[in-house]
Write a protein that binds this ligand. Sequence first.
Ligand SMILES: Cc1cc2nc3c(=O)[nH]c(=O)nc-3n(C[C@H](O)[C@H](O)[C@H](O)COP(=O)(O)OP(=O)(O)OC[C@H]3O[C@@H](n4cnc5c(N)ncnc54)[C@H](O)[C@@H]3O)c2cc1C
Length: 152
Amino acid sequence: MWYVSIFQSLLRNSISLATFFKHEKIVPSADRHDTTGQYTPANHGTNGTLLVTLPGYSQTIDAMTMAAMKQLPEFPFNPDMGGGDVLGLGWVQSSIANGFRSSSSTMYLRPILARKNLHVLIKATVTKLFQTGSKNGKPLFRGVNYASSAGG
Ligand SMILES: Cc1cc2nc3c(=O)[nH]c(=O)nc-3n(C[C@H](O)[C@H](O)[C@H](O)COP(=O)(O)OP(=O)(O)OC[C@H]3O[C@@H](n4cnc5c(N)ncnc54)[C@H](O)[C@@H]3O)c2cc1C
């Protein structure tokens, strides 16, 4: 759901979908099953940092759900929840790969924790972003206001 709401927000705000595709990389599911028909490849990135998979292991309830869906037209098959249409039943996509959650923390922050110019503040809440300039016609935000408490 979160994934779809980001997708819809990007569409609403006319932000380039290339930006969205760039952050995502679809990887094989844990059991390496054939995922053909379980998502729409054209809706997804293949070279990004955030790893996304289809379900790794089928469940007994999967076939039952598919059978019920064919009997109940109010629950149509949705070929891709990440395609911008959230209604219906379909295969969930997870930001998980190789047994680990793929998040902004694991994929963007942890790989650069050793940088000398990186300082991580805990129990701090960013309250405002500052535009510090622009590059190639796009705004750069390299400054923040923050409050030193968990609640802001
Ligand atoms: C309704 C719902 C549906 C979901 N659906 C899916 C799904 O379909 N598939 C799937 O894989 N996962 C799903 N998830 C899980 C979620 O997307 C993952 O748990 C994942 O952790 C998100 O990673 P993230 O790094 O983007 O965000 P988070 O793990 O939420 O990390 C963001 C961090 O930023 C911090 N933060 C936020 N604002 C500030 C601020 N102003 N200043 C400082 N720090 C701040 C937060 O405290 C948090 O620690 C869902 C979650 C929810 C709630």
